[in-house]
Write a protein that binds this ligand. Structure first.
Ligand code: TRP
Ligand code: ZN
Length: 453
């Protein structure tokens, strides 16, 4: 495409929030994802022979469909050396590209055709420097210390998955995952979804997990380490039974394990507001590094220092907002963070706490400045406006329409947007049709006005 035409398309997408999965290239991360490529499923086999070290071996098979004619298949990848690439079982040529980091597979696909692309790689994974914050995304290695055995896990949002696996690394292409993890006997390995199998061969064992609800690539949980597996009672909501297991590094003190016992109550409260929980299992995995918490699907990744009810509630809310209902563009992170932050208030109220301190705290986070809710820079993705202004916008809507209409609106949103990449315009459309013009106007002011309404 001509450069100017491409810019015009980008500008239009930014202004209108055009509502389709095919809105790639992303306005803020134009290098991520391949337009016209739809990955349906990833089968991921990871071998971690020495947990805590950055060496791994990975074989991934992506089942994909071309939505338009593709001359090559271009997966996002900046991981270790590639050993082989196959399409439907036959070896094919490939090249690696540095900027943006891609694995270019020289195999053309006609529109509407499917293929299985298998890539094998092995080596040391270093991770990716976040675009704006002082943290490394992707495959994490936590070396053993005198008090704690080594561990590894994935911390991928927004674009760290490509640090160790070739993926169409954009939330507008959610997929299902089968994950096989091979680790030494005595080391635990857990991933998003349901455990299908745990098989020992010699000094290693291979654990297989299956996630049958599509989620963004950044939401896949993978954890390897010496973990206490705490099985909890099943969680019963009207019409659902959800199995619940938490995982703690053996060094986790009891007072930091305690808040996780409330997860079942929190899940029941949130499903009352949001609608049915989108998966069949849930739990948290505690990790020791000082990272942000991350809402990995069915199994949130919780830094030990974030082991508080408020953060547990926030990550659980993302299972609806972000995982089941994926972002259509990175500029819309407030759709994830605003709802997840608002859930903190819903849980406080469920415990009969006064919500005012939370509302005040959110306002206080914005006194230094705020912005319209649609992000225009990577630095905006996880800023105070995405979280606090997003939550205040939802509170303004709730206050205007009342609890019953607000709850019905949330139920419709999660039911109709599940599996569909969603942009701010989709939320506004639904507000207009379900809640009326006045409510939609309120929300629009919160979305677009430079200052705080
Ligand atoms: N989505 C995470 C949460 O709020 C936060 C997060 C993910 C994050 N990746 C990040 C924050 C990178 C800062 C930088 O639960
Ligand atoms: Zn969040």
């Amino acid at each position: 495409m001509l450069r100017s035409a491409r810019h015009l398309a980008l500008l239009l997408a930014l202004l209108t929030g055009g509502s389709h999965a095919t809105s790639l290239p992303d306005p803020l991360y134009p290098g991520l994802g391949q337009p016209g490529l739809d990955v349906l499923h990833y089968d991921l086999a990871l071998t971690v022979p020495r947990p805590g070290t950055p060496w791994l071996q990975v074989t991934t098979t992506a089942t994909l469909r071309a939505e338009q004619a593709l001359d090559t298949v271009q997966l996002d990848y900046s991981g270790p050396d590639i050993l082989t690439v196959q399409v439907d079982g036959a070896t094919v040529p490939y090249t690696r590209q540095a900027a943006p980091p891609k694995l270019v597979i020289h195999h053309a696909l006609r529109p509407g055709t499917e293929a299985r692309v298998t890539v094998t790689a092995a080596g040391t994974v270093t991770g990716i420097q976040d675009a704006t914050l002082p943290l490394r995304l992707g495959w994490q290695s936590v070396p053993a210390t005198s008090t704690q055995p080594g561990a590894n896990f994935a911390f991928n949002e927004p674009d760290g998955a490509r640090s160790f696996v070739p993926v169409n690394d954009h939330p507008a292409d959610p997929a299902t995952f089968t994950t096989h993890l091979t680790v030494p006997v005595g080391v635990s390995a857990v991933a998003s979804g349901t455990r299908l199998d745990d098989r020992t061969q010699g000094a290693t064992h291979t654990v297989t997990y299956d996630l049958t609800v599509p989620v963004p690539t950044y939401a896949l949980a993978i954890h390897v380490g010496t973990l206490d597996e705490v099985r909890r009672p099943a969680i019963h909501t009207p019409g659902q039974t959800i199995s619940w297991t938490d995982y703690f590094p053996t060094s986790t003190p009891a007072d930091l394990r305690a808040p996780y016992a409330r997860t079942g109550d929190i899940l029941r409260t949130l499903s009352d507001w949001f609608g049915p929980y989108p998966f069949t299992s849930y739990g948290s995995v505690v990790v020791t590094p000082a990272l942000p918490a991350l809402e990995t699907a069915t199994l949130s990744t919780m830094p030990v220092r974030s082991s508080r009810e408020r953060v547990i509630t926030h990550e659980l809310a993302h299972q609806w907002f972000g995982n089941a209902v994926p972002l259509g563009a990175w500029s819309d992170t407030w759709l994830n963070e605003g709802f997840a932050t608002y859930a903190e208030l819903l849980w406080a109220q469920a415990k009969s706490q006064d919500p005012q301190p939370l509302l005040d705290a959110w306002r206080a986070r914005l006194t230094g400045g705020t912005r319209p809710l649609i992000a225009t820079s990577p630095a905006h993705l996880f800023d105070d406006s995405a979280y606090a202004r997003g939550a205040l916008a939802l509170h303004a809507l709730r206050t205007q329409v009342g609890d019953a209409a607000f709850r019905a609106f949330l139920h419709t949103y999660t039911r109709t947007r599940q599996g569909h990449p969603t942009r701010t315009a989709d939320l506004l459309d639904l507000a207009r049709t379900q809640l009326g013009l006045r409510a939609a106007d309120t929300l629009t002011r919160w979305v677009t006005q430079p200052d705080l309404p």
